[in-house]
Design a protein around this ligand. Structure first.
Ligand SMILES: CC(C)(COP(=O)(O)OP(=O)(O)OC[C@H]1O[C@@H](n2cnc3c(N)ncnc32)[C@H](O)[C@@H]1OP(=O)(O)O)[C@@H](O)C(=O)NCCC(=O)NCCS
Length: 137
């Protein structure tokens, strides 16, 4: 992903019905700043010059994180999400990171099925705690 892809990526997330934080960590300035970090593995899938898929991968030096996986509804079930997620995993593996994680909201059955197909295990014994300065962050 390049900074100039921002509008197309937001349009993709809207089309995909992906919840995101336009006034927080997904704002244009926030994404532009994040793209400058060496730990950002932000990838887009392009088809005939159009962005049809996204993944915002990151790593914290210990673990790889998969965020904002989205594929345009016209191009689903073709393996695009798989290729995007596996591309993030590959970058992490090259850095010696061998564990990958994703946070999935409880209503998102499709996402749970997809991550299960991609080899991810659901942990019923882990609860996600976060601390945020603002709900929009
Ligand atoms: C989740 C999403 C990104 C999947 O994209 P996709 O490109 O259609 O997924 P893929 O074609 O790469 O499928 C990957 C695997 O999941 C399976 N899969 C995909 N969609 C599925 C569905 N609706 N039900 C069950 N399995 C599904 C595929 O069969 C494939 O498994 P296989 O390779 O073993 O056959 C897409 O549905 C989407 O954008 N959803 C809305 C946004 C969202 O909720 N993102 C996740 C946030 S955590």
């Amino acid at each position: 992903m390049r900074p100039e892809d921002y509008d197309d990526v937001i349009a993709l997330w809207e089309a995909a019905g992906l919840p995101y934080k336009p006034r927080g960590r997904d704002s244009r300035s926030a994404i532009e700043q994040q793209l400058r970090w060496p730990t950002a593995i932000y990838l887009v899938a392009e088809l005939e010059g159009r962005i049809v898929g996204s993944v915002l991968g990151t790593h914290d030096g210990r673990k790889g994180w998969i965020n904002r996986v989205a594929v345009h509804p016209d191009h689903r079930r073709k393996g695009i999400a798989r290729r995007l997620v596996e591309a993030v995993e590959k970058r992490c593996l090259e850095l010696g990171i061998e564990i990958f994680a994703a946070l999935i909201e409880d209503w998102n059955d499709v996402s749970m099925k997809v991550f299960a197909r991609l080899g991810y295990t659901k942990h019923d014994d882990i609860f996600y705690y976060s601390k945020r300065l603002d709900p929009e962050v």
